[in-house]
Write a protein that binds this ligand. Structure first.
Ligand code: URA
Length: 245
């Protein structure tokens, strides 16, 4: 596994994430570093800029979030499992590759993760979709699970967690533990934006998760403010997608 945190060409405040931390699989004695990949393609940065802009209305925000996720999903699925698949072209027999079984599972974290689902499914139409509801107490910033609609077992499954904002990191950590306990053996989280503090917290926690974890982001922003918002960020992703409810 490699670490790949690239620099941000757009000039948006961006720091490298903290030094790599290895994590040990207690069952097999294997070490897994966490890969962090910032997909700083110019198109991603262009769309992110409009997403951040407070003048962008909800319908445009939803469309941009979907488009962005499709671009991020391309990076996030680089290590999706495949298997050989013999076919015949009109000219000759050959062996291609196709997605392996069991197919990956996509897990949006409710509610803002739902705004990323279409973009992800567009690239992985055969994936199953599970749902995990996590809520953050705005005072304490503590996270708890309030809903779960997932396969009973995720044994041997690759899981793609989608959540637009990696702020404190507590939601992702809880989600990783939840999915690992159901048997997931490989997790990739796809986020639009991350705060350096949250990424560091997730990296530390991954040391105890014991399965490979990858993080794919559109940008690493400057910091978290004292209300737990990413700065400069884009505000409350759920509210901007669905309005204040
Ligand atoms: N969740 C959001 O929606 N926005 C932030 O900036 C942080 C957490």
């Amino acid at each position: 596994l490699r670490r790949n945190a690239s620099t941000n060409r757009s000039g948006t405040a961006h720091r490298r994430t903290p030094a790599h931390l290895a994590c040990t699989d207690v069952r097999h004695g294997i070490s897994f570093p966490m890969q962090v990949h910032v997909a700083d393609h110019p198109l991603i940065q262009h769309k992110l800029t409009y997403l951040r802009d407070k003048r962008t209305d909800s319908p445009t925000f939803r469309r941009l979030a979907e488009e962005l996720v499709t671009l991020l999903a391309y990076e996030a699925t680089r290590e999706v499992r495949t298997e050989p698949f013999p076919i015949e072209t009109p000219v000759a027999a050959t062996t291609g590759i196709k997605l392996a079984n069991p197919k990956p599972v996509i897990v949006p974290i409710l509610r803002a993760g739902l705004g990323m689902l279409e973009g992800m499914v567009r690239l992985l139409p055969s994936a199953e979709v599970g749902f995990l509801g996590m809520v953050r107490d705005e005072e304490t910033l503590e996270v708890s699970a309030y809903a779960n609609r997932l396969p009973e077992s995720l044994h041997g499954r690759q899981v793609f967690v989608i959540d637009p904002m990696l702020a404190t990191g507590h939601t992702l950590i809880m989600a990783f533990e939840f999915l690992r306990d159901l048997g997931a053996d490989d997790i990739t989280a796809v986020c639009l934006l991350g705060a350096p503090e949250g990424i560091a917290t997730v990296e530390e926690a991954v040391a105890d998760i014991g399965i490979p974890v990858r993080l794919v982001l559109g940008s690493i922003d400057e910091k978290l403010n004292d209300k737990g918002y990413i700065v400069p960020g884009l505000g409350d992703a759920g509210d901007r997608l669905y309005g204040v409810v």
